[in-house]
Structure formats: structure tokens, C-alpha cells
Design a binder for this molecule. Sequence first.
Ligand code: NDP
Ligand code: BG6
Length: 476
Amino acid sequence: MITNENRSVVILGASGNLALTKLLPSLYTLYTSGALPQNFAISGYARTEMSVDKYREIVKTNLLNNIEETLLVDSFVQEFLKSIYYFSGSYDSVDDFTNLHAGLEKIHEKFPCKPTVLYYLSIPPSVFEPVIHSLRECGAIEKGDTSKSVIVEKPFGYDTESAKALNKTLDQTFDESQIYRIDHYLGKEAIMNLMVMRFANLIFEPVWNRNYIDSITVSWEEDKNIGSRGGYFDKAGIIRDVIQNHLLQILALVAMEKPSSYESDSIMAEKNKAVKSIQQVTLDDCVLGQYISGVCGGKPVIGYTDEDSVPDGSNRETFAKIKCAINNTRWSGVPFYLQAGKALTKSTTEIIIQFKEVPGDIFKSPHHPNKLVIEVQPDAGIKFFITNKVPGKGMVLKDVKLDFSYDDGFNKAMPGAYERLILDAIQGDKTLFINYEELIHSWEIFTPILEKIDSGNANVFKYHAGTNGPDEASEL
Ligand code: NDP
Ligand code: BG6
């Protein structure tokens, strides 16, 4: 729906991977679907010096590489590119930010009235604080002025204390109502469907508890190696990169109680409670791994420590399986396994709800307890494994699968997570963003083990790239 409002999006870190491959393609898709207002501008800012034309050329190449061909109408692409601007400067220079601010004011003069401005921090975590400081000092932001807001990318800090410190810096500049802490997994269709599946279907609630469920696994695998991302990844590791945020958010949606309404505050309150009930994990609850050379997706892959971007001898974990416990009436005694790894056999994300055995089984034929598998990606869907009689003589049982796929069920393209979340932030809807309290709880769960891993006091088992991770993981 095109509106007469005026919007300006400013991407800090505009020369980077996220900005070019996800954010700008998502903004283009929103533009083609008519979701952006009539008057909008997108301005990029980064240290790399280049002209606006050069930046538009780079954006165009990335649109061509990252967007479905049917959406790439030349006239739309040309119009979209006209709304894009680029500024260069340092992240810690107030003077450079003053120039950016002046440049934006000039762009905004073309609009019938002052636009709302959304700043997107698409930068490495090490520059979050200088950027927020520069934004404040150059006078671009006024605390409490809701016509200016900010999206902050993950990882938000690297442990509990740094997350609190970063929040303090944010709090000096923005009011909480102006801050959007993003976790793009919350914008994925299959994740958004979790609450619908649980709370809009009668059959799940009675069995969604410790009496019927044996274990829950959230599994995230990628068949890609670290490549050039070692500079960031070696300081983070897989727990900070994926488990503390994406997987924990999934766990919260699986474990939470029903909110009193589908309103941002009610949902956040229930998610907070669920995350707060998760016990701190210890190294005894973890199996960690690091890949050595192997074959991923048919291609030979060098070992993690052989990557140019990774320091020699690094002990950083590229795989982790963590057993979490939730201390509440619904989940006490049910293990939740969070498992994630780079350079594994395939790229998938799924949630496995393993039900208990039927008590007092009367059939002699072996069969397995029920299992519900929610597939998040690459092909979103829901599979339910039930036991059936094999047709014919005798009583032979077999596990069969009820299979729903989004492709067959809806036959329409799945909107991208960033598309959805950027639009929500533009429209001021915080339902799918993370609040501070929840974020701090999520760091508290992992900070004790992260400190031990960072100081080299954890066992990290080796696994060959292209396998399922270290053998020790199956023993947890
Ligand atoms: P990049 O490594 O591509 O960095 C983004 C930009 O920041 C670069 O183009 C560079 O621009 C600048 N930059 C890079 N390193 C430094 C440094 N050490 N000091 C100062 N500036 C630097 O990161 P991504 O775009 O991949 O990610 C940006 C943020 O988004 C990160 O917080 C990441 O965790 C998060 N994220 C990324 C995802 C992705 O798919 N890429 C997915 C989810 C979250 P220049 O040198 O021109 O200033
Ligand atoms: C990012 C991580 O947050 O999520 C990356 O930094 C990871 O390491 C990516 O590859 C995965 O996102 P998606 O949407 O491709 O599953």
C-alpha cells in the first residue's frame, strides 16, 4: 500500500555483505510490492570511498544476483536506484556524521514534509558504540523523538556485561520506543507460524508439556565454511553467532505460555518468562567442535584454522550441541537440545518435538513414538510421524509421515525475513523484535560457558567438514 508519508532509511555499513545482499534487495522487493511510501530515500554510509553512481552500480549488481528474475523489471530497478544515495566517512568521526546529517537534510528537502528516519546499524559489533556516539554528537538524533529510530543487528554485545554496556550507550541516545533489536529468524514464515500452530489449533496444547514430550531439539546446520568471515567469527564462535540469538528465540517460542493477546507487549512478556526460566548451562551440558579439512557440498574445504581470516591455532568452536533445561511446571525434566554447526553435511534448520512412548503398548510389532518435525528451511513445512498398520495380514506396524509443505499448501513465494522486519520497523510494529530484558536473560544463560571457552578452558573436538559434527555430540 503506497502512502503519502515520507520515509528515509539510512544504512550504516552500506558497503557490507548484509546491506548489499539482504537489506537493499529486501527494500527493492518492498518497493515493487508498493509497500514503501511514495516519498522515500535510502542512504548508505560506510568508510569505503565511492561516488553515488558507483554505489548505485554495486547495488544494481547485487539486486540482479539476489532477487528472483520475475521481480527484476528494468524500469522499477532504475526508479529504485534513483532513490539511493551514498556517503563515506569514519564511524567514530563526529565531523563525518555532521556531513552525513547535512547531506540527508538536503535529500529530505525534496520531500513535501520532513520524513521519518530509520537508521540501520549493519556494521560489525565492534563499531556499534562509536556509531551511536557519532549519531548523537552530530545532532541527528534527539532522545524521545520517535520520528527517528534505529535497528540494531545481532550480536548485541558479546556477553551479559557488554550487552548491558551497549544498551547504556543506546539509552543515552534513544528512547526504548526508538530501538528495534533485530533477529531476522523472527521474520521467517515458519518461525512466525509457531505461535499460530500452537495457539490456533486445539490438538497441541493438551500434549505440549512434560507429560507427553520426551525431548525437543532445535537444529541448525550450514554446509558452508567460514571463508572470509573469520575476523568476526573467531571472536564470536557458533554459540554467539547463532545459538544465543536465533536458536534461543526459537526455543522461547516453542516453550512460552500463551500470551493474553497477539500484541507486542503480551508476547514479549511471555517470551521473557520462558527465557528467564532457562537454567544457566555448564560445560558438562555442551559438546563443542571445530571443523578440519573435508568435503562440503561436493567441494574440498580447508580446516577452520587454515582459513586466511582465522588466527593460527585458534580453538574457537564452529559446532556446539547444548542441553538446556527449563525450570517450570510445563517443562521440568524435558531436555531441550540446541545444536548448530558450520561446514556440516547440509544447510537446514528444524525443530524436532519427540513425544514419549505410548504407556502399556499392546502391539508386538516394533514402532517408534510420535514425532513432530517443523522444518524452517530450506523447504518450510511440518511433518508428523505416526504409527500405522501396514495393510494386509497380521498386525505389522510402520511409522508413516503426514507431510505439509508451504510450497504445496500455499503455492506462493515466501516473503524474506528482512523484508518483513524492515517494513515492521518502518511502520513502528515491535512485535517481532527483541526487548532488552529478554536479551539480558539470553546472555546470562551462556555467559559462564563463553568465558571458559574464550579463555581456552573447554574441550573442542575436531570433526571433518561435510560430516554431522564431532562423534561425541551423539553421547550428550
Ligand atoms: P561486514 O563484515 O560485511 O561489515 C559491514 C561493513 O562494515 C563493511 O562493509 C565495512 O565497511 C565495515 N567494517 C567491516 N569490518 C570493520 C571493522 N573491523 N571496523 C569498522 N568497520 C568495519 O558485515 P555484514 O554486512 O556481514 O554484517 C553486518 C552486521 O549484521 C553484523 O553485526 C552481523 O553480525 C550482522 N548480520 C549479518 C548477517 C549476514 O548475512 N551478513 C546476518 C545477520 C546478522 P567499510 O569498510 O566500507 O566501512
Ligand atoms: C547470521 C549468522 O546471523 O545468520 C551467519 O551470522 C549465518 O553465520 C546466518 O550464516 C544464517 O542466516 P539464514 O537466514 O541464512 O539461515
